[in-house]
Ligand binder design. Structure first.
Ligand SMILES: C[S@@+](CC[C@H](N)C(=O)[O-])C[C@H]1O[C@@H](n2cnc3c(N)ncnc32)[C@H](O)[C@@H]1O
Length: 350
């Protein structure tokens, strides 16, 4: 994004979709109050290029609350007891009094690791299995803490919120979630900064990246971390996707099909990196890989996202794109950015 405070204000206001503004009344007021705060706008500009993202400032404030800041901790701890306007005003007052609280976290990155997105890779893997792909290696690019390396371990349900570790879907729009998946032989995560589920500060930061008005996401995150201890170990590779993908592919023994997956990652690449990424991955697709991504098409033009037969059923959907081995990328449908709903192209389903 551009670096002027005026654009920072606009970016705060755009940072939540209309759907999320309606669901999150306190964050709805907070992003507007941050946009009106000159100090908050300057803090956004102080973040390093590629991380000038309002979500970084929101996460830094939430992190300070979780870490016990005397004003923010009680405010966030009882968030539903404070009216939205008052919540936003008091958070911004604290930020303006103590900008150092936010500044201290600006070296970090928004690394939200959303298990809900496993519903997307799960649905795609299930369909690939139906098309004869029986065994895979899963390469999750931009893996963060690796929570999307286990689509075969998550339970999916549409009506039982008591199972906190499960992926709770609001709407599957007819997309099948049951049925066998391919066997996953190997799980490889690539990230500029892979996070360690055993590191308490990494766990705290990822909790801070979640939105405080969605306590069920935080509960699920912690429940998934507890379950993950008994899941198979994954390989984590630190570095840039474009530098590491060939090495990751070299780890994938035949005959299993390498599936290169990413969600909410390529938008962080520059246009040149996106173009190079497409070339690199398509070379592997030409040989033996499958490429699956779930990204907002407007942010990944360098990937040349394919046109879709149908629009996202709700505003702000992320596009599901699949390039099967030897084929060009095709749009398979849409999903909520956190996997709350999924709608795959009817023609893609069998
Ligand atoms: C918004 S998070 C998404 C995490 C995960 N894919 C998910 O959907 O839950 C973006 C992740 O991409 C990583 N990332 C950004 N640019 C990258 C690059 N060039 N190479 C590898 N990882 C990158 C970040 O470190 C971060 O962990």
């Amino acid at each position: 994004m551009s670096e002027t405070p005026l654009d920072a204000a606009a970016y705060y206001r755009w940072s939540l979709s209309p759907e999320d503004r309606a669901r999150l009344p306190r964050y709805d007021k907070l992003v507007d109050a941050l946009a009106d705060s000159e100090i908050a706008c300057h803090l956004l500009v102080e973040a390093r290029p590629g991380q000038r993202n309002p979500m970084l400032v929101l996460a830094a404030l939430h992190y300070s609350a979780l870490a016990g800041d005397e004003v923010l901790a009680p405010l966030y701890g009882a968030i539903t007891e404070t009216a939205p306007d008052a919540f936003a005003r008091r958070v911004v007052e604290r930020l303006e009094a103590r900008p150092d609280l936010v500044r201290a976290q600006l070296h970090r990155a928004t690394q939200t690791n959303e298990p809900g997105r496993s519903a997307i890779i799960r649905a795609v893997l299930r369909e690939l299995r139906a098309r004869g792909v029986l065994q895979v290696h899963l390469i999750d690019v931009g893996t963060s803490m690796g929570l999307n390396l286990y689509p075969d371990f998550y339970r999916v349900n549409v009506d039982d919120p008591s199972d906190v570790a499960a992926l709770l879907m609001e709407d599957l729009h007819g997309t099948a979630q049951s049925g066998p998946l391919p066997v996953i032989h190997q799980r490889i995560g690539i990230d500029l900064n892979p996070l360690d589920p055993e590191n308490p500060d990494h766990v705290l930061w990822l909790r801070a990246c979640l939105w405080p008005e969605e306590p069920q996401r935080s509960e699920r995150f912690l429940a998934v971390l507890a379950e993950m201890k008994s899941w198979p170990r994954a390989t984590r590779l630190q570095g840039a996707a474009n530098d590491l993908i060939d090495g990751a592919m070299a780890r994938c023994a035949v005959p299993a099909t390498p599936v290169i997956f990413h969600s909410w990652v390529a938008a962080y690449f520059s246009m040149d990196q996106q173009t190079q990424w497409r070339e690199l991955v398509m070379r592997h697709v030409g040989e033996r890989a499958v490429w699956v991504y779930c990204e907002h098409p407007g942010g990944v033009k360098g990937l040349e996202p394919p046109s879709s037969d149908f629009d996202s059923p709700r505003p702000g959907g992320t596009q599901i794109v699949v390039a099967e081995t030897g084929e060009e990328p095709v749009s398979w449908g849409w999903a909520h950015p956190h996997g709350r709903w999924i709608a795959m192209t009817p023609g893609a389903l069998r």
